[in-house]
Design a protein around this ligand. Structure first.
Ligand SMILES: Cc1cc2nc3c(=O)[nH]c(=O)nc-3n(C[C@H](O)[C@H](O)[C@H](O)COP(=O)(O)OP(=O)(O)OC[C@H]3O[C@@H](n4cnc5c(N)ncnc54)[C@H](O)[C@@H]3O)c2cc1C
Length: 408
C-alpha cells in the first residue's frame, strides 16, 4: 500500500516540526498536520513566551541547523539566583547562586523568544524535501491497522503512514482517540507573562523568587529586557490580568524589587492557567506521544520545551535505528524502547516540579524557615550546586545522540 509518509505528525507547534527535522536528518519522510494556518504560526508578534533552552537543547538545534538562524536573538543564561521572597520585602538575604563557571561546558542555556524559534523551525521544515505540511487541517479521526496508521482530516482526506505521532499539545486529540487516559490536577494558579525593560543590565542572570502565591521568574532577554513569568492563585491572577498596565506595574514592582533600576512594560501581557497533565501511556502499536501531548508540566522549572525536545531526540533516534536495522518502525516493541527511555525522565521532572511548587507556594512560617535554611545549605555545598547546574543544563541522564551534539 502506498504511504503518504513514514511518519504522520499531528501538531505543528514546536515539537512537531523539530521531530520532522530530526527524522529528515536520517532520511525518514514526515507529514505535519496542524489546525492553525502556517502564516498565523509564523507571525512575528511576541506572544509573551520565551524559553530557557538548556545547553543540550542548544546542541540539538545546532545539529539540526536551526541554531544559526536564532543565535543572534538568544541571550546566554550565565547564572541563576534562587531565593524565597515576599511582596514588599523583596528576596530573602539567603539565596542560592548557580554560576555557570562551576561547570566546564559553558552557559547553562540560552533565553529565546518563542517567535524566533517557531519561525526558524517552520522555515527549515519548508526547505526540507522530506517534510510535507498540511495546514489548516483538523484531524477528525484516526485508525491503527496492522500495516499502517490512518488519519482522516475534517475535509475527508485520508493520510497513511507507518507511525502516527501526537505532538498536538496538552489536550492531545491523538491520545484521546487512542483511549489513552491522562493523570494530573489543576494547580489553581495562573502564569502572568510579560516582558519589561530595565535601567541596569541583567548580565545574563536569571532570578527565581518563590513567593507565597507562587514563583516569580525574571529571565534575561537580549538587550536590557527580561521576561516575567509571575505565578499567582487563579483568582488573584484574574484580578491582576484585568488591571490596566499602570496598575499592573504597581503590583509587579514590589515583587520585582529595584535591583535592575526602573522597570517599564514592553509589549502585551498574557495569562495562562496552570495544570499538570501527563498521558498514562507514551506509546501503543504504531503510535507515540511527544511534548506537551505526553506531559504538560508547571512552568516554574522552565523545562516544558526542553522535556519535549528530549522526547523528539529519543524518538527520532529509536525510529531511525530501527529503520536502519530493517525493523518495522511501527512495531509496538520498537516504540516501547522510546517509552522506556523517556518514561523515567518524565516522571522524575513531573514529580519534582510538583513537589517544589507545593513546598514553596505558601506562607507557612515553618516551611518558610525550612526553605530558607535549605537554600543556605545548597548554596554552601559546591557539589550540590554543581548537581543543580548540570540538571538545569540538561546534562544528566541517558542522553540521546542529538542532545550530545551528534548527528543521528
Ligand atoms: C507562558 C509560557 C512559558 C513557558 N516557558 C517555558 C520555558 O521557559 N521553557 C520551556 O522549556 N517551556 C516553556 N513553556 C512550555 C512550552 O511552551 C511548551 O512545552 C511547548 O510549547 C509545547 O510544544 P508542543 O509542540 O508539544 O505543543 P503545542 O505548542 O501546544 O502545539 C500543539 C499544536 O497542535 C495543533 N493541534 C492540536 N490539535 C489539533 C488537531 N486536532 N488537528 C490538527 N492540529 C492540532 C495546535 O494547533 C498546535 O499548533 C512555556 C509555556 C508557556 C505557556
Amino acid at each position: 500500500m502506498k504511504m503518504d509518509a513514514d511518519i504522520l505528525i499531528v501538531g505543528g507547534g514546536l515539537n512537531g516540526p523539530a521531530l520532522a527535522l530530526a527524522l529528515a536528518s536520517g532520511g525518514l519522510r514526515s507529514v505535519i498536520i496542524d489546525a492553525v494556518p502556517l502564516a498565523t504560526r509564523r507571525k512575528p508578534a511576541f506572544d509573551g513566551r520565551a524559553y530557557a533552552l538548556s545547553l543540550t537543547t542548544v546542541r540539538m538545534l545546532q545539529v539540526l541547523g536551526i541554531w544559526g538562524a536564532v543565535q543572534a536573538e538568544a541571550q546566554p543564561m550565565l547564572d541563576i539566583k534562587v531565593s524565597d521572597g515576599k511582596p514588599f520585602e523583596g528576596a530573602s538575604a539567603l539565596h542560592v547562586h548557580f554560576d555557570h563557571n562551576e561547570i566546564a561546558e559553558g552557559p547553562m542555556g540560552h533565553m529565546l523568544e518563542d517567535r524566533f524559534l517557531r519561525r526558524a523551525l517552520l522555515d527549515a521544515v519548508k526547505a526540507s524535501k522530506l517534510i510535507t505540511q498540511i495546514a489548516p487541517a483538523a484531524v477528525a479521526a484516526q485508525e491503527i491497522l496492522a500495516s499502517h496508521a490512518e488519519v482522516t482530516l475534517a475535509d475527508g482526506r485520508v493520510l497513511r503512514g507507518r507511525v502516527l505521532v501526537g505532538c498536538d499539545g496538552r489536550r492531545s486529540g491523538v491520545a484521546m482517540r487512542a483511549g489513552i487516559a491522562r493523570t494530573g490536577h489543576d494547580y489553581h494558579q495562573s502564569g502572568l507573562v510579560c516582558a519589561v525593560r530595565h535601567e541596569k543590565p541583567h548580565n545574563g542572570v536569571a532570578y527565581q523568587q518563590f513567593m507565597p502565591s507562587g514563583p516569580l521568574a525574571i529571565l534575561p532577554l537580549k538587550g536590557d529586557r527580561s521576561a516575567i513569568v509571575w505565578t499567582e492563585t487563579t483568582t488573584r491572577a484574574a484580578l491582576i490580568a484585568a488591571m490596566p498596565d499602570r496598575e499592573f506595574m504597581a503590583e509587579l514592582r514590589p515583587r520585582f524589587g529595584d535591583f535592575l533600576g526602573k522597570i517599564k512594560l514592553v509589549g502585551k501581557r498574557f495569562s495562562y492557567p496552570l495544570n499538570l497533565t501527563v498521558a498514562n501511556e507514551l506509546t501503543q502499536a504504531r503510535l507515540a506521544l511527544v511534548g506537551d501531548a505526553a506531559h504538560g508540566i508547571h512552568y516554574l522549572a522552565g523545562q516544558g520545551l526542553n522535556l519535549g525536545l528530549r522526547d523528539v531526540a529519543a524518538l527520532a533516534e529509536v525510529l531511525l535505528d530501527a529503520a536502519r536495522r530493517g525493523e518495522d518502525i511501527g512495531n509496538p516493541l520498537v516504540l516501547a524502547r522510546y517509552g522506556r527511555w523517556r518514561g523515567v525522565d518524565t516522571a522524575t521532572l513531573t514529580a519534582s516540579t510538583d513537589l517544589i511548587n507545593k513546598l514553596f507556594s505558601n506562607d507557612n512560617p515553618l516551611l518558610r524557615a525550612g526553605r530558607v535554611a535549605g537554600l543556605g545549605v545548597v548554596n554552601a555545598i559546591p557539589s550540590a550546586r554543581r548537581g543543580f547546574i548540570r540538571e538545569a543544563a540538561g546534562l544528566t541522564g541517558d542522553l540521546p545522540r542529538l542532545l550530545r551534539g551528534l548527528a543521528i
